[in-house]
Design a protein around this ligand. Structure first.
Ligand code: IPM
Ligand code: MG
Length: 357
């Protein structure tokens, strides 16, 4: 029987509550599908930092390398300097483990969750492949004459051929996989801003070179501003999008709304063949913390993505189907803190459906 070592960082705010439900779903699906796992819990969070002043060390990152996967709840505390713990934990994982793909599916399971008029599940089903270790997240930069009228602030956008190439290749391979599963003609859209930001043309060229290896997949392009417009106007156009780090961050919040909100959007931070990290895309939402109202479906979706990554495809589909079935049942009016369903209640409703299929 397969067994996995899974690191768990429940984190801040609503993180521990949604993680509890995610682990409940993991336990239930493991029992049905017949695999085992060991959880290794880590305390890193804003809350923990306030108590101990401890952030993630290189030693801990090395320890993570020995795991099969890491599940993360949410990081961010209102009393800690903005971004300090997020950079240590989330970017520590992404950069430290070279998780160069941030995979963010945008899939609408039930029409009533979509804010767009006249669009349904057949229209909203695409995946964003966000480059996850470069771009404006490079952390290369700083301040000069800080706090004076002459202050200068610089951040370097870093785009390497290797980074653009491997993200593009992952996107084309994913489109090919989706074509095999869905049978339709498939395309990959490169989303950049190479008209105004000319160094983005490294993306244009790397993407075009990779596209030559995939003659059955249509290469497509949109500038990021137009992409935002198309995502609202014609979301059915998109199949797989590949895009630099910062644009991926921005368009996936927009995408989350198309699929029902931040409460439902899940993501995988992936380095194929190595330890990878899975998380809901929402933050710690301090105002909902401890109230048992946060929607755990994003965290549960992250478990499904983790299972797919680990090679437990049957378990991944079973879990995703349970979430989809629940949403289609009409019992969940919205995938957010105002659904009228508690965090634990929503977890129970997913688990209850797991054994049915
Ligand atoms: C995300 C988040 C993070 C990011 C923050 C918390 C650092 O917004 O995962 O989308 O910018 O990538
Ligand atoms: Mg974000």
């Amino acid at each position: 029987m397969a067994s996995y070592d899974i690191g768990v960082l429940a984190g801040d705010g609503i993180g521990p509550e949604v993680t509890r439900e995610a682990l409940k779903a993991l336990e239930a699906v493991a029992a049905v599908e017949g695999f085992t796992y060991k959880l290794v819990e880590y305390p890193y969070s804003g809350e923990y930092y306030l108590k101990t002043k401890e952030l993630v060390s290189d030693q801990v990152i090395d320890e993570w390398r020995a795991l099969d996967a890491v599940l993360l709840g949410a990081i961010g505390h209102p009393d800690v300097e903005p971004g300090l713990v997020e950079r240590s934990v989330i970017l520590g994982l992404r950069f430290g483990l070279d998780l160069y793909i941030n995979l963010r599916p945008i899939k609408l399971y039930a029409e009533h969750l979509c804010p767009l008029k006249g669009k349904g599940p057949a229209d909203i089903d695409f995946v964003v492949v966000r480059e996850n270790t470069e771009g404006l997240y490079s952390q290369i930069g700083g301040h000069l004459k800080k706090g004076t009228p002459d202050e200068v602030s610089i951040i370097n956008g870093v785009y390497t051929w290797k980074g653009c190439e491997r993200a593009s290749r992952y996107a084309f391979e994913l489109a090919q996989k989706r074509a095999r599963e869905g049978g339709e003609g498939r395309r990959v859209t490169l989303v950049d801003k190479a008209n105004a930001v000319r160094p983005h043309d490294i993306w244009t060229r790397a993407f075009a070179q990779v596209a030559r290896d995939f003659p059955d997949i249509e290469p497509d392009h949109a500038y990021v501003d137009a992409c935002c417009m198309w995502m609202i106007k014609n979301p059915e156009w998109f199949d797989v999008i590949v895009t630099p780090n910062m644009f991926g961050d921005i368009i996936t919040d927009l995408g989350a709304m198309l699929q029902g909100g931040m409460g439902i959007a899940a993501s995988g931070n992936i380095h194929p063949g190595q330890t990878s990290m899975f998380e809901p895309i929402h933050g710690s939402a301090p105002k909902y913390a401890g109230k048992n109202v946060a929607c755990p479906l994003g965290a549960i979706g992250a478990v499904s993505m983790m299972l797919e990554f680990l090679g437990e495809a049957g378990a991944a589909v079973r879990l995703e189907d349970s979430v989809a079935d629940l949403l289609r049942s009409g019992k969940v009016p919205s995938a957010d803190a105002r659904s009228g369903i508690s965090t634990s209640g929503m977890g129970d409703m997913v688990v209850e459906r797991l054994g049915r299929g």
